[in-house]
Design a protein around this ligand. Sequence first.
Ligand SMILES: Cc1ncc(COP(=O)(O)O)c(C=O)c1O
Ligand SMILES: N[C@@H](CCOP(=O)(O)O)C(=O)O
Length: 552
Amino acid sequence: MSQAEMRYFSTRGGSETLSFEEAVLTGLAPNGGLYIPTHIPSLPSDWQTSWSNLSFPDLSFEILSLFIPRSVIPAEDLKSIINTSYSTFRSEKTTPLRQTGEKEWVLELWHGPTWAFKDVALQFLGELFRYFLERRNGVLEKEGKEEREELTVVGATSGDTGSAAIYGLRSKPSITIFILYPDGRISPIQEAQMATVPDENVHCVAVENSDFDTCQSIVKTLFSDKEFNSTHRLGAINSINWARILAQIVYYFSAYFQLPQKARQSGDIQFTVPTGNFGDILAGWFAKKLGLPMNHLVVATNENDILERFFRTGRYEAEEDTAGQAPETAAVNGSSDGQQATSAGGSSVKSTHSPAMDILLSSNFERLLYYLALETLETPSKDEVEDRSRAQEKLNGWMNELKKNGKVDLGEKIKEAAGKDFWSERVSDDQTLEEIRKYYKRQDHGPYVVDPHTAVGLAATERSQKKSPNSYWITLSTAHPAKFSSAVELALNSQQFPEFNFRETVLPDELKKLETLEKRVHKVSGEQGVRELIERVKKGEKVVPGEGKGSI
Ligand SMILES: Cc1ncc(COP(=O)(O)O)c(C=O)c1O
Ligand SMILES: N[C@@H](CCOP(=O)(O)O)C(=O)O
């Protein structure tokens, strides 16, 4: 199949396919499914040589072109979108690779405007939205029509997506943005990054007594409400939006090209990814399917370990069924280290030192499940569309069971199929702090201060190395340590590390400045509160958010 025919369909069924533009602007499919490409494209036969010295934007152009037909975005326009997106990054390499051991590297993904990996995709998505809306509105204007297309972006965040989305969309015409986050459960800097942006089109919404899953579920409910969605023309910035995954594929290739030749030639490269909503690691899986040589992707979770348990047991269940399980496994849920499960929003998500990964149900896992369903069809036919529909049916069954019972047993066959590409590790809060200390104390390639999410990844890498000691390892570093002062200061506390000064050595001036700025936050209660706020703002009512200076 040629690149020009690339389209997108929902994981949950329906024979309809959408263009890239429609899939990006729609975000979540009306049947609740996520959009995926009709096929995995082929890499050019000489990609290993012809792409090896490309800059990040040029590499991005090559990879994105495999998924975006020229009829949807002409080459020159795509180049311009990409160049604008990555001109905001502080590193010349955009996502530089830093060596941390003889056969170990860390891929630093936080050199963008909000110091987190989300910038890579959200700077791009912001530019895409601007491009599509300008083009559509240009056509309406030419036709002499009065109406204009507008997008009401509604997103959920456990801290990082929100600020990256706001920085990606803040000055864009025809876009209003509402970011929902669990009140009191994100770090002070994350909140300040979002709430100090003064632009009129930005609305920060702290949802009372909630967790990330509650916020994510409100977003999905609003998208599935046909009337609300069409009235406000909702747009998605979370990784349910295919463009987010697509943009993130690029840095796996970039990391590969930054490795020394010996490592590349070994063919034995492993990637570890701190994981929550499963978007970042799914991008790595697409890179593997495209043909990037890699062995496994290690899913590194914190104590919210539903994914780690799936890859170990084949069961996907919010609450662990401890009956009949090994004692050390049962202790996980019983909070062996004294951490109590919290019950905001009625769920059992725990508050951990890596809060951006405090997630129970990972949206993008559905995309992987679709492919696992397809791969394990009992009697695959030669008909692509028929197989697609059988996989969608299987997936629907699983999703319905999950919705009804809060769990689904996917079985041994699916577990085995997933195990070909993924390993998984669960890292406790204590281990996270220990890992931050370990990297700080390192004489070789150090001292290196890492954020708690990166620390979860590094701890998972260390454990996985025992399974494959000769491999080359790349751990994704997903945020700058400045964003998570409480965990970093707890790990590098003044009793043990009197010389360490967070403010002086870690906190960039740009983030220090946030302390002096006014914060604007709407506090709301539940889905109804969110609906009402959106309705009022969209009607043109001036809704005054709570104000006050924040200290970081
Ligand atoms: C710092 C950080 N690390 C890791 C993750 C997990 O990434 P994903 O949700 O794509 O699995 C997130 C949030 O998504 C994050 O903000
Ligand atoms: N950790 C994320 C949660 C949202 O995930 P997304 O990748 O689907 O946007 C955050 O920082 O908000």
